[in-house]
Design a binder for this molecule. Structure first.
Ligand code: CA
Ligand code: CA
Length: 146
């Protein structure tokens, strides 16, 4: 099985981390990215939920964390937002972010898909969860790897 290192160079990883930092300047929401080769026959959504919990992403004050989960070899990704987000947004809230990511993934630009997805998620969250002066970086910006 391939490793995450085969999908992204160190430089590309840093670009994604920077995008998370930039996105979180728009919103009090917390964005994390998890990348792995495959969800190993588990349904991608269930696996995303499992990762969300294992990263303790439910531990934000406003319950407004969002996980961008990518199973590279399965060609699947899931955007999973916490309850605080789901309570206030329409059900199709993540569609624009999904479409943005899909466009770049289809072009084979994996890194750009994630970077643009992260930035888009930040812009979308801004409407409902604007950045506040007392903002804390509640969750790590580093990429989580399966
Ligand atoms: Ca924050
Ligand atoms: Ca963060």
């Amino acid at each position: 099985m391939s490793k995450v290192e085969d999908f992204l160079t160190k430089e590309e990883e840093q670009e994604i981390v920077s995008a998370i930092r930039v996105a979180e300047l728009n919103t009090s929401g917390e964005i994390r990215v998890h990348i792995e080769a495959s969800s190993n026959k588990d349904d991608a959504f269930n696996r995303a939920l499992e990762v969300f919990h294992s990263l303790k992403m439910f531990e934000t004050k406003q319950q407004n964390a969002v996980l961008i989960y990518v199973a590279v070899e399965d060609h699947k990704f899931v955007i999973y937002g916490d309850e605080g987000i789901n309570k206030v947004v329409p059900t199709n809230f993540w569609d624009t972010t999904k479409n943005t990511m899909q466009t770049y993934f289809k072009q084979g630009d994996f890194k750009k898909g994630i970077v643009e997805g992260v930035l888009k998620a930040g812009q979308e969250l801004k409407t409902h969860f604007p950045w506040q002066t007392d903002d804390e970086d509640e969750l790590s910006n580093e990429i989580s790897k399966g």
